[in-house]
Design a protein around this ligand. Structure first.
Ligand SMILES: *[C@@H]1O[C@H](CO)[C@@H](O)[C@H](O)[C@H]1NC(C)=O
Ligand SMILES: *[C@@H]1O[C@H](CO)[C@@H](O)[C@H](O)[C@H]1NC(C)=O
Ligand SMILES: *[C@@H]1O[C@H](CO)[C@@H](O)[C@H](O)[C@H]1NC(C)=O
Ligand SMILES: *[C@@H]1O[C@H](CO)[C@@H](O)[C@H](O)[C@H]1NC(C)=O
Length: 315
């Protein structure tokens, strides 16, 4: 039902950084002083057919958020480099993060199509040959916490002759996905997980294996959908303004000038919303009811405005 490619396009952003502290050597390797990652020549990489650019896969950028670190803010790995220099092979793509499946998806209990793990805070680096101190373009993939990974890459450019290095990163995509659920929805999500697991608290949830917990989470997507807690096209679990990791809605943060000024290259996708709409809805009333589940606090004028902006397609 849902097209992975289009979904990812919707949620893709690029940001150019000029201060990434990486020195590129020729072998291809990335030397961080205390660790050296040995990469793979580009021609062997499945998703960059024609690129001769070397790749380095799955470099960790934070401690794996597993066990007692589950759901905590990422813990930096720098600051305590190992005393001996290690050489690490970086030729195998890292796993995607564990992903949810909205119940309106064709198969809410389908197995993941690629390896998944909570230990997914890694990035891939693509460089031209013999790159040295190049500016770095950072790409954060999309997917609504339901798909996507650093390796997931529409339109990777051929970097053979590039004057840039590229970093693909697996990172929470809060920026362009404004939180829209109220606190009561998050409370209900939490209660549902506690009920499914029989756990009394978060400490207990941290002791669960990731597969079992992912399975239980999938069940809560299904229960909530059939209890009309979210609408078709909504991902249900999403970013939360908690005042600590996410301080406020992105619109308000931008308004207050609370953003970092870096060169930014961004794209948008047109005519994609049909992917997120239930094609079997027949009446305007069904549409309104779905929209009100999608935007739980929507007023009638807001819903009317959406219907004006997205008129029904003529068949
Ligand atoms: C890679 O090459 C194959 C064979 O030439 C081609 O069919 C495919 O579309 C290419 N894929 C990309 C992503 O360019
Ligand atoms: C996941 O849930 C399904 C459906 O309830 C169940 O059949 C399956 O055994 C569960 N798998 C794991 C690994 O818990
Ligand atoms: C689509 O909408 C119809 C009408 O409201 C509803 O009966 C059906 O269950 C919905 N389908 C999905 C997959 O949610
Ligand atoms: C949204 O609705 C809930 C009750 O349904 C209410 O508690 C909450 O304050 C509302 N939020 C806004 C921003 O109006």
């Amino acid at each position: 039902m849902i097209s992975a490619t289009s979904l990812c396009l919707l949620l893709t952003i690029w940001s150019a950084l000029t201060y990434f502290p990486v020195v590129f050597a020729a072998d291809p390797s990335i030397d961080l002083g205390y660790v050296k990652y040995i990469g793979k020549p580009g021609s062997a990489i499945k998703y960059a057919n024609n690129s001769a650019a070397p790749y380095h896969f799955a470099l960790p950028y934070a401690y794996p958020p597993v066990g007692s670190l589950r759901w905590l803010a990422p813990k930096p790995i720098y600051g305590s480099p190992p005393s001996t220099i290690s050489i690490i092979s970086a030729i195998v793509p890292g796993p995607a993060c564990i992903q949810g499946v909205p119940a309106w998806h064709a198969n809410p209990f389908a197995s993941p199509t690629c390896p998944v793990s909570e230990a997914c805070l890694t990035l891939d680096i693509i460089t031209p040959n013999n790159a040295n101190n190049l500016p770095v373009m950072l790409r954060i993939h999309g997917g609504g916490y339901t798909e996507g990974q650093s390796e997931y890459s529409n339109g990777i450019p051929d970097l053979t002759h590039s004057k840039w290095a590229f970093v693909w990163v697996t990172i929470a995509e809060y920026l362009w996905w404004p939180p829209h659920h109220e606190t009561n929805v998050q409370v209900s999500q939490f209660q549902d997980i506690l009920q499914e697991t029989g756990c009394p608290d978060v400490a207990c949830l941290r002791s669960w294996g990731e597969r079992k917990l992912a399975n239980v989470t999938r069940k809560t997507y299904v229960t909530a959908y059939f209890n009309h807690q979210y609408g078709y096209g909504d991902f249900y679990f999403g970013p939360v303004v908690d005042g600590k990791v996410i301080l406020d809605l992105p619109s308000r943060e931008f308004e207050r000038g609370r953003f970092r000024q870096v060169p930014l290259m961004t794209t948008h996708t047109q005519y994609e919303f049909f992917i997120f709409s239930n094609g079997t809805m027949k009446t305007g009333l069904e549409l309104i009811s779905d929209l009100k589940q999608f935007f739980p606090n929507a007023t009638n004028p807001f819903v009317e405005q959406i219907i004006l902006l997205y008129p029904t397609a003529k068949s």
